[in-house]
Design a protein. Structure first.
Length: 353
């Protein structure tokens, strides 16, 4: 049986809504009410081309991120922002292992050499960004870091990011911080350094916190280099639905803070329950957790799949491709209880194999 290499593979059979999807890290219950209203309102504009300059969208995004509009660029999801950032003038890229697969894949597509360096030490230790990515850094290297880190979930403080950035600047390189999950630990953002530190860029995504992976809404933030990267973006990349959500985003920022607190409480309880089953859970500040089961998880994955539950096995994440790891989303209390019940059944069945 083959399951998807990425999360969110709800198209593997049946109706997507019938799956209990713990493989993709998206807001439980789908988009909030204000987002649904914005999407409905966008229907009035489907007969027109979106604003090609994205002037209105940039203004709203800048307001939300507390940055000037010229420092922000809306994109069709976080992946589009990443695809623009790989066009930086660098000799190579350095990526932590494990990390989001597309950093390497999109870099290789434009001919860059990829260096992978371990982010995990012995006994589940997570190294600091400077310790892992700053050691023996060569000139003109583009360094990628996700904060909080995907797939581990660990969050890095601004001081830790600054430590790595200092090394990168000394080597005339670039640091790209992917803040796709930063709404779950906003205290860790370095968005306020954009424009002040020219060698820093930030990619982001509104997909997870707003529950809209089908809409595609992300962003790229940078200093003076941003117009050069913008040249690689296709016209009309931001569709009317993504624009409508973005225009309403600044006045609804408080709802995101509420979701952050709900996730923190749900994650803490979820982690306690997983650990009670004898599973090692890495420290997480995101809306997902990385688990080391200490045994091969394929039988567990198959059992869960047969019962309508999707999980993210980590065989294509360098550094945790030992068959023992699963990345699990954090959802609402009822979903988490249902998942834990099926997982406990799977563990008991696996013991009898």
């Amino acid at each position: 049986m083959t399951h998807g290499g990425h999360g969110g593979n709800v198209w593997s059979g049946g109706i997507p809504a019938d799956w209990l999807d713990y493989s993709a890290n998206v807001r439980p219950g789908g988009p909030p009410a204000w987002v649904r209203r914005a999407l409905t309102h966008a229907m009035e504009n489907v007969a027109y081309y979106p604003q090609v300059s994205m002037e209105r969208a940039r203004s709203a995004l800048g307001q939300f991120l507390s940055l000037p509009p010229e420092r922000v660029l809306p994109t069709a999801g976080g992946i589009s922002a990443i695809s623009l950032a790989v066009h930086l003038n660098a000799d190579r890229v350095r990526i932590p292992a494990p990390a989001f697969l597309e950093y390497a894949q999109l870099s290789e597509r434009v001919g860059l050499t990829v260096e992978r360096v371990p982010l995990l030490g012995a006994d589940h230790e997570v190294l600091s960004p400077a310790q892992a990515l700053g050691a023996d850094l060569r000139e003109n290297t583009c360094v990628w870091l996700c904060n909080p880190e995907n797939p581990i979930g660990v969050g890095f403080s601004p001081a830790q990011i600054e430590e790595l950035l200092a090394v990168v600047e000394e080597k005339n390189g670039w640091l790209i911080v992917d803040e796709a999950f930063i709404e779950y630990c906003p205290e860790n953002t370095v968005i306020d350094r954009i424009g002040k530190r020219q060698r820093l860029l930030i990619t982001g995504s509104m997909t997870k916190i707003l529950g809209i992976p089908g809409v595609r809404l992300g962003y790229l933030c940078g200093g003076d280099i941003l117009p050069e990267l913008e040249r690689y973006q296709n016209p009309w990349e931001l569709n009317c639905f993504a624009e409508s959500v973005l225009l309403d985003l600044p006045e609804n920022a408080s709802t995101i803070a509420a979701d952050t607190e709900a996730n923190r409480a749900a994650r803490a309880e979820f982690v306690r329950s997983l650990e009670a089953l004898g599973i090692y859970v890495y420290p997480s500040q995101a809306n997902f957790v990385l688990c080391d089961f200490g045994r091969q998880v394929r039988p567990l994955e198959d059992y869960l799949h047969e019962r309508g539950v999707l999980v993210r096995r980590c065989m294509n994440f360098t550094g945790i491709d030992d068959g023992r790891h699963l990345r699990l989303a954090v959802k609402d209390e009822a979903s988490n209880e249902r998942f834990l019940t099926v997982l406990e059944e799977a563990l008991k069945c696996a013991e009898n194999l």
